[in-house]
Write a protein that binds this ligand. Structure first.
Ligand code: ADP
Ligand code: ADP
Ligand code: MG
Length: 447
């Protein structure tokens, strides 16, 4: 087992990883930007190193600075968290070269699955159903021809995309060229790669994903699905497990497809296969996330498996201590992402000093956060400031528990979206489970 791990991330996920390390008796090294000197992850870690100015390009994405910090502190492994460098094949390869374990799959697997266009091809070859579409197209005229063949509405998607960026919906042929250019430009700016491909727009659809856990001995298990259809601008807001739309038979089929996908690339570590599910229960592979996900706690709650600890163990070469038959999903878990943003002002990001903080408690209530009283939320990073997660025997009870917990949550000093979550949970569509990825769009249209 590793004796020291460097956490190449910030915020709630850095805190989550440090906690797992502490329980495992592993020392921790935090890295931080100049804007994060007073951040919670820095005070919780055993050691900490400043890796540069506030902007992520100069700090949390600065591969050389992070690797130097690992070497200087003698860390044997780097945990990348999510976002930032977590799906960066070049960074994983650099770690391999420096003989530092990257806690995730190999750089080869990251590039095979992280490039969404390449992943589609791999899945087609493995016999996993994918959304109808086409491969990456560079030439605009050729792309337009492909688009007319696929039919509208469709999506132009960046092969390097993530976090909902680099995606454009096109409803009519005459709008195609603008969408193609702007998706490509956005992806070039955000990911340094302007390559795009096309997919039929599946609607209405649910976003259902399967959690995988794979060791280096070839054991592949699934830990059930998460439903993540409550989204805004293709970004998840609420996640739950199990999905109210997935029957045991469908779960079995989706799990088999996910295992097939993982085996096709020799996947190791934790990973997620994202699918779209249509109302006729046809499902299509959308992408694989080759990392720990934001919403991993809902799976932890229903499976009783600590995903971060197992991610660290399998990265160290330990075999899984359980088989698929040992996995029992029990009850229902829901997560609400608490973002520092103002839903009334078009979700304008908010920053400032936390003047009052009260974290909800009680049985089966979890709040993953890096906030503390008087903390200054900086303006430079992602707006996620906390994740409220509840677990109950049934979906109905989980909704009530979440409503009670949201009522109790107090975060003053920044704008946030807790009230919006309350409103969503009380809608008939959410309560019945009969909702799709267009839930927020429909709600905003109704006003
Ligand atoms: P998940 O699929 O785990 O829910 P998201 O897609 O919401 O993850 O992304 C997790 C976080 O990482 C978000 O804060 C998002 O803004 C960020 N993110 C996702 N992909 C990238 C990327 N390729 N580059 C930079 N940040 C990313
Ligand atoms: P990201 O890497 O940004 O997470 P995804 O490919 O996972 O990108 O897509 C993000 C979201 O966009 C999905 O969760 C889904 O709601 C929507 N989406 C993506 N592809 C399609 C599609 N072909 N049809 C309908 N919705 C889609
Ligand atoms: Mg996705």
């Amino acid at each position: 087992m590793f004796s020291k791990i460097l956490i190449a991330n910030r915020g709630e996920i850095a805190v989550r990883i440090i906690r797992a390390c502490k329980e495992m008796g592993i020392s921790t090294v935090a890295v931080f930007s100049e804007a994060d000197r007073d951040a919670l992850h820095v005070s919780l870690a055993d050691e900490s190193i400043c890796i540069g100015p506030a902007q992520v390009q100069d700090s949390y994405l600065n591969m050389t600075a992070i690797l130097s910090a690992a070497e200087a502190t003698g860390a044997g492994a780097i945990h990348p968290g999510y976002g930032l460098l977590s799906e960066n094949a070049k960074f994983a390869a650099l770690c391999e070269e420096c003989h530092i374990v990257f806690i995730g799959p190999s750089s080869k697997v990251i590039s095979e699955m992280g490039d969404k266009d390449a992943a589609r091809k791999t899945m087609i070859a493995a016999g996993v159903p994918v959304v109808p579409g086409c491969e990456m197209v560079e030439d605009l005229a050729k792309a337009h021809e492909e688009a007319d063949r696929i039919g509208y509405p469709l999506l132009v998607k960046a092969r390097a995309g993530g976090g909902g960026r680099g995606i454009r919906r096109v409803d009519r042929s005459e709008d195609f060229e603008d969408a193609f250019r702007s998706a490509s430009q956005e992806a070039q700016l955000a990911f340094g790669d302007g390559g795009v491909y096309l997919e039929k727009f599946v609607a209405p659809a649910k976003h259902i994903e399967m959690q995988l856990l794979c060791d280096r001995q070839g054991n592949v298990i699934t830990l059930g699905e998460r439903e993540c259809s409550i989204q805004r601008k293709n970004q998840k807001m609420i996640e739950e497990s199990p999905s109210p739309a997935v029957t045991p038979e469908l779960r079995q089929k989706m799990a088999e497809a996910a295992v097939k996908a993982a085996k096709a690339v020799g996947y190791t570590g934790v990973g997620t296969i994202e699918f779209l599910l249509d109302p006729d229960k046809n499902f299509y592979f959308m992408e694989m996330n080759t990392r720990l996900q934001v919403e991993h706690p809902v799976t932890e709650m229903v499976s009783g498996i600590d995903l971060v600890k197992w991610q660290i163990r399998v990265a160290a070469g330990m075999p899984l201590a359980f088989t698929q038959d040992d996995i029992h999903i029990s009850g229902h878990a829901i997560e609400c992402r608490i973002n520092a943003e103002n839903p009334e002002l078009n979700f304008r990001p908010s920053c400032g000093r936390i003047s009052l903080l009260h974290i909800p408690g009680g049985p089966w209530v979890r709040f993953d956060t890096a906030l503390y009283q008087d903390y200054m939320v900086p303006p430079f990073y992602d707006s996620l400031i906390g994740k409220l997660i509840v677990h109950a025997p049934t979906r109905e009870e989980a909704i009530r528990k979440m409503q009670a917990a949201l009522c109790e949550l107090v975060v003053e000093g920044v704008d946030h979206n807790a009230e919006l979550h309350m409103d969503i949970l009380s809608t008939p569509a959410f309560k019945s489970g009969d909702y799709y990825t267009n839930f927020m769009e429909l709600r905003e249209k109704r006003g």
